[in-house]
Design a protein around this ligand. Structure first.
Ligand code: FAD
Length: 387
């Protein structure tokens, strides 16, 4: 496509390019026509899940049981492709295939991987990832308050979570809780319907309205020890998961920017003022080219980091730099796209308004700009600016 200006897709193997093409066709055919309606109603399009499952993209990079085991670059380009059409659907997959499957892949035992990953890869079971709490977001490593108490062959969880994507309908929710004995944060796979876990949809969001975020109340929730992620020993485990999924978000941000840019470019060729297409005006071209530069620069940075990920050399600060940079550029880009649409830029029917709104959530989740900046700052100065 024209917006892959420097041809990053040409870096893919033939079979990965073919997969990307199928994702593109699916998103354009099945998602784009219905998504504004779902966005307005803040509902999730469950009807698209069987088709999405057939694409075989859940947990794309993981090489666990039943998982596709593809490279990080195609994983990133697929994430970009989904968010290019709709950032909510990109986020849904980021939570299910990235955060939830990643927690089990990276922190689960072999038996746990065998038990949950194949049905999750087939999307017969949908996952959610519960880390953030009502009173603690950025400072979660220090302030996580949900507790886990050992009771014979089970654990008792108490506490609350907030913002947990997919949790209203997910079959499995990975809950991160602090072991009352050793003070360490551990992951627990809690099945929907477990007594004491109540997931309540968060209403009235102005961004990512299609994503079903929930507040979760946990009251004496009894979870068998076999559901405790056996390799999650400390908060470091969540960092291992987030390092990979932050790259997904960097790609989602590039996709959100790219989608807005493409809509804007098309619009400027069709819309006429002063007897000429607005695309012919120098100041409009200036904005279009700056948008393209943002998308291209984010894609380039993310592509290189994905190559490092494949080589096993991706560090926390790499993913944080990509997430912070791509989201800042995304926010700038969707604003410019809105600008060249004039008044129509705030109408859902022209799509760009949805990207503008959705960008605000992507900007803040999986580590705000400030937090990701401080992770990079610590790495390059050797000084931690975290309190
Ligand atoms: P706060 O931590 O309260 O931050 C407020 C402001 O203070 C920010 O600008 C922040 O950068 C700044 N700040 C904080 N500390 C510092 C510091 N030391 N230096 C400088 N500035 C600082 N969480 C999950 O666990 N699972 C999910 O599925 C999930 N999905 C989400 C979906 C959406 C749509 C949203 C909005 C959030 C989601 N989250 C999820 C939570 C998300 O990760 C948090 O919102 C994010 O980590 C920020 O936390 P906070 O909102 O509590 O903001």
């Amino acid at each position: 496509p024209f917006s892959d200006f420097l041809g990053f897709e040409l870096l893919l193997e033939e079979q990965d390019r073919e997969l990307l093409g199928r994702v593109r066709a699916f998103m354009t055919r099945e998602v784009e026509p219905i998504i504004n309606d779902h966005w307005t109603r803040a509902s999730f399009p469950h009807e698209i899940l069987p088709g999405m499952a057939e694409l075989g993209i859940a947990g794309l990079t993981y090489d666990g049981p039943g998982c596709p085991g593809r490279g990080a670059l195609v994983n990133g380009l697929v994430a970009m492709e989904m968010s290019r059409v709709d950032p909510s659907i990109g986020t849904f997959m980021g939570v299910h295939g990235g955060l939830a499957m990643g927690s089990i892949m990276l922190c689960g035992s072999d038996e746990q991987r065998e038990r949950w990953l194949p049905p999750m890869a087939r999307m017969e079971l949908i996952g959610a990832f519960g880390l953030t709490e009502p009173d603690v977001g950025s400072a979660i490593s220090q302030g996580l308050a949900t507790s886990a108490r050992r009771d014979g062959d089970a654990w008792i969880l108490n506490g609350a979570k907030k913002w947990i994507g997919n949790a209203t309908f997910a079959d499995l929710v990975v809950i991160w809780a602090r072991d009352e004995d050793d003070g360490q944060v551990k992951g627990f796979v809690v099945e929907q319907g477990t007594e004491g876990m109540v997931c309540t949809k968060q209403e009235d969001k102005i961004a990512l309205r299609v994503v079903q975020n929930a507040e979760i109340a946990l009251t004496d929730v009894r979870v068998p020890d076999e559901n405790r992620l056996q390799r999650s020993e400390s908060f470091r485990s969540t960092a291992d998961v987030l390092r990979v999924t932050r790259m997904d978000v960097a790609w989602q941000a590039a996709g959100c920017a790219r989608g807005a840019f493409e809509h804007a470019l098309r619009y400027t060729k069709q819309r006429e003022q002063f007897g000429r297409p607005i695309a012919s005006f120098q100041m409009v071209q200036d904005l279009l080219v700056k948008m393209l530069a943002n998308v291209t620069a984010s894609t380039a940075m993310n592509a290189r980091a994905s190559q490092l990920q494949d080589a096993g050399r991706l560090r926390d600060e790499h993913a944080s730099l990509c997430k912070a940079h791509s989201t800042v550029r995304m926010r700038e880009t969707v604003g410019w796209a809105r600008e060249v649409l004039g008044g129509n830029g705030i109408l859902l029917e022209h799509h760009v308004g949805r990207f503008v709104a959705d960008a605000e959530a992507i900007y803040s989740y999986e580590g705000t700009r400030e937090i990701n900046t401080l992770i990079v700052g610590r790495a390059i100065t050797g000084e931690s600016a975290f309190v």
